[in-house]
Structure formats: structure tokens, C-alpha cells
Design a protein around this ligand. Structure first.
Ligand code: NAD
Ligand code: 572
Ligand code: ZN
Length: 355
């Protein structure tokens, strides 16, 4: 039976409408856990669902709780759960396949047509006090890994998956387009995988400064160049063409730049998702054997992210957090995110551990 005690939740009702509402506390099913949420990061997609009520074909048709970058403490386990118990601190992987299909069998469960992600309609998210999730997609946080780091594993996972798909290795020379949270996690992962030189571009000098502080070797402010001119500038600053370009803006001009800049035989990974139809220099890519790959979120990243956080070699991840708000002040947090201020905004949902 659901209870009606305080489960304050950030709920989107459609374009332009979010409210703080008290919802009932759900009961965990056999293979689920009930989590007392501690920290939740705001993602660009949360802001987009609030502003536009949709992303592509995913339309907010009924009120939906936002938030998919989260961590918290298990307070109740379903009867079939054996690897977690009450009191465990966990990071939550939000996208869960609903069936063990062929994609799951080959380990690429993110590609399953049955994948169901919290805070993508119709799935409720975790920006609330109490949230139920599939126990197999909750990962125990060891001592020394904070709840905020636990929440940051979600965007970090996008960076891990992008770097894996790109084939980043010892000595890679890399261009990253866009120094938002996703471009910055790609930078952190690429450096920790042994990239020799990482160059990052953005329109914003503040974001480029952040990138520099987080270990970018070269930063370049994008102006109003043509993609070919921008690619020439990139190669000049890098003293050669990058082996890999990770496109993290979704802007057509950056996708074009990415192709022109990448060396023959290299790889472009399209992380940013913008317009569904874009013009790209396809002959340039195909005749130079530049591979163009996409990514869809991530798979099999939480365990390695946790190991890397335990090792201390990803301590810089925590500096992505520029703003913190309590759950009660979430609407102010969303306004701040919408204004494009800072990098990662974290909402503290646990009223027993106030800011
Ligand atoms: P963001 O909007 O915070 O960052 C994008 C950055 O690109 C901004 O700093 C912006 O100034 C910069 N930019 C825009 N136009 C530019 C240009 N012409 N040249 C250089 N820089 C430019 O977004 P984010 O949270 O960092 O996410 C980046 C992208 O990744 C988004 O499109 C998002 O939807 C996508 N994403 C994709 C996946 C996936 O599974 N493929 C997962 C997560 C996010
Ligand atoms: O952290 C997961 C994530 N994925 C994003 C964006 C932000 N955060 N994606 C972009 C939007 N797509 S989607 O396919 N969709 C709404 C399901 O357009 C998913 C990946
Ligand atoms: Zn996200």
C-alpha cells in the first residue's frame, strides 16, 4: 500500500509548467529497492522537457517527475533482492531494459527497444524524496565516494561510452566540440584513458576556462568561421588533425567541422543530438574513411566509474558542480539551469542532510 507522507517531487506537466508536489511513497516490487534520494543533478534534457514538453517523439502526456542523475540510500528491498540491503548508499543507472533480448545478451542493453529511462516520458524520474528502482541497476557506493559523485556517474557514463565508441587510447589526439557538462566529462575520461592532447571548443569563454581548469590542453573559442575555416584553425592549434573528434554540441556547423578536422582513417563520435536532419560533407568523410559513429546513452559503465572514483584518479569530476539547491528550492535551480549559469547544478533531496 502506498503511503502519503512527504514525498516532495519535481513534476513537469507540459511545456513551461513544473511544480513541486507531494506524491505517495511507492512500494518496491520483488526485484526493486526503495531509495531515499540524496542528490540529483539537473540535465539539459530535464530543462528541455520543462521548456518544450517534449524531446522529439517523447512527449510529456501526463505529469512526470524529472531527474535521472541520482544517488541515495536504500531503505527497503524487495523480497528477491540479495545484493543490497537497507542502509546501502547507491548510485542509480536510470535506463533499464525491460526484457532480456538479443541486445542484452550481447551486452549492448542500451540498444534494446524495451529500454525504459526514468525522466523520459512516460517514466517518472528520481527528483523526489523517495524513489523505487530495479535493484540490478543500483550500484553500491563504497566509502569515500560521495553522494554527489554518485549522481555525477550518470553524465560521466556518457563520456565513458563516447570514449569507448571512439576508441580513445594511449596517445590519442582529440578534438571535443562543446564544453558543456557532456563535453567536459568526455575530456576527463579521454585524459584518464591516456589521450595525449585534448583540444576543446565552445562559444563561451567561461566554459572554456572551466575546460582548461579540468585539464584541456588547448581551448579555442568558436566564432563565426565556416566549418572548413574552423577545422583549419583546430588543426593549426593541434599541430595536426585529431585522430578522434567527439561532437558534444549537436550544432550542424560543429558536425561539419568535426568531419573536416578529423584525420583520414579517424573517428567522429556524434554525442550531441540536435536537429534530426543535417547537411554533412559525406563525400569528404567517406573518401577519407572517417568513421562516423553515434552513441545512445551508455551501457556497462557504473562499475568502472565507481572503481575509478575509488582510485582517486577522477577527483576532478566533483568540480563540475557549480551550484547546489535544496529540493524545496528546485524551481530556482531550474531557472538557474535555464539561464545557462554554471555547469552542473545539484539538488539535495535529503532533508536529514541539509546544505
Ligand atoms: P550544453 O548545452 O550544456 O553544452 C553544449 C555546449 O556546446 C554549450 O556550452 C554551447 O556553448 C556549445 N556550443 C553550441 N554551439 C557551438 C558552436 N557552434 N561551437 C562550439 N560550441 C558550441 O549540453 P550538454 O549537457 O553538455 O550536452 C551536450 C549534448 O549532448 C546535447 O545535445 C545533449 O542532448 C547530448 N547528449 C546526448 C546523449 C546521447 O546519448 N547521445 C546523452 C547525453 C547528452
Ligand atoms: O543522460 C542521458 C541523457 N540522454 C540524452 C540527453 C540528456 N541526457 N539524450 C538526448 C535525447 N535522447 S532521445 O533519444 N530521447 C529523448 C529518448 O532524443 C536520448 C539521449
Ligand atoms: Zn541526461
Amino acid at each position: 500500500m502506498a503511503s502519503t507522507v512527504d514525498n516532495l517531487s519535481v513534476v513537469v506537466h507540459g511545456a513551461g509548467v513544473i511544480r513541486l508536489e507531494n506524491q505517495s511513497i511507492p512500494e518496491p516490487g520483488r526485484n526493486e529497492v526503495l531509495i531515499k534520494i540524496h542528490s540529483v543533478g539537473i540535465c539539459g534534457s530535464d530543462v528541455h522537457f520543462w521548456q518544450h514538453g517534449r524531446i522529439g517523439d517523447f512527449v510529456v502526456q501526463k505529469p512526470m517527475v524529472l531527474g535521472h542523475e541520482s544517488s541515495g540510500a536504500v531503505i527497503k528491498v524487495g523480497c528477491d533482492v540479495t545484493h543490497l540491503r537497507a542502509g546501502d548508499r547507491v548510485a542509480i543507472e536510470p535506463a533499464v531494459p525491460q526484457e532480456n533480448d538479443d541486445f542484452c545478451k550481447i551486452g549492448r542493453y542500451n540498444l534494446s527497444p524495451t529500454i525504459f529511462c526514468c525522466a523520459t516520458p512516460p517514466g517518472n524520474g528520481s527528483l523526489c524524496r523517495y524513489y523505487v528502482h530495479n535493484a540490478n541497476f543500483c550500484y553500491k557506493l563504497p566509502e569515500g565516494v560521495s553522494y554527489e559523485e554518485g549522481a555525477l556517474i550518470e553524465p560521466l557514463s556518457v563520456g565513458i561510452h563516447a570514449c569507448r565508441r571512439a576508441g580513445v587510447t594511449f596517445g590519442s589526439n582529440i578534438l571535443i566540440c562543446g564544453a558543456g557538462p557532456i563535453g567536459l566529462v568526455c575530456l576527463l575520461v579521454a585524459k584518464s584513458m591516456g589521450a595525449a592532447k585534448v583540444m576543446i571548443t565552445d562559444l563561451s569563454p567561461e566554459r572554456l576556462l572551466m575546460a582548461k581548469e579540468m585539464g584541456a590542453d588547448i581551448t579555442l573559442q568558436a566564432k563565426r568561421e565556416t566549418p572548413q575555416e574552423m577545422a583549419d584553425a583546430v588543426c593549426g592549434h593541434l599541430s595536426g588533425m585529431p585522430d578522434i573528434t567527439m561532437e558534444c554540441t549537436g550544432a550542424e556547423v560543429c558536425i561539419q567541422t568535426a568531419i573536416y578536422a578529423t584525420r583520414s582513417g579517424g573517428t567522429v563520435v556524434l554525442v550531441g543530438l540536435g536537429s534530426p536532419m543535417v547537411n554533412i560533407p559525406i563525400l569528404n568523410a567517406s573518401t577519407r574513411e572517417v568513421d562516423i559513429k553515434g552513441i545512445f546513452r551508455y551501457c556497462n559503465t557504473w562499475p568502472m566509474a565507481i572503481s575509478m572514483l575509488v582510485s582517486g584518479r577522477l577527483n576532478v569530476l566533483r568540480s563540475l558542480v557549480t551550484h547546489r539547491f535544496s529540493l524545496e528550492d528546485s524551481l530556482q535551480a531550474f531557472e538557474t539551469a535555464h539561464q545557462g549559469l554554471g555547469i552542473k547544478i545539484i539538488i539535495r533531496c535529503d532533508k536529514d542532510d541539509p546544505l
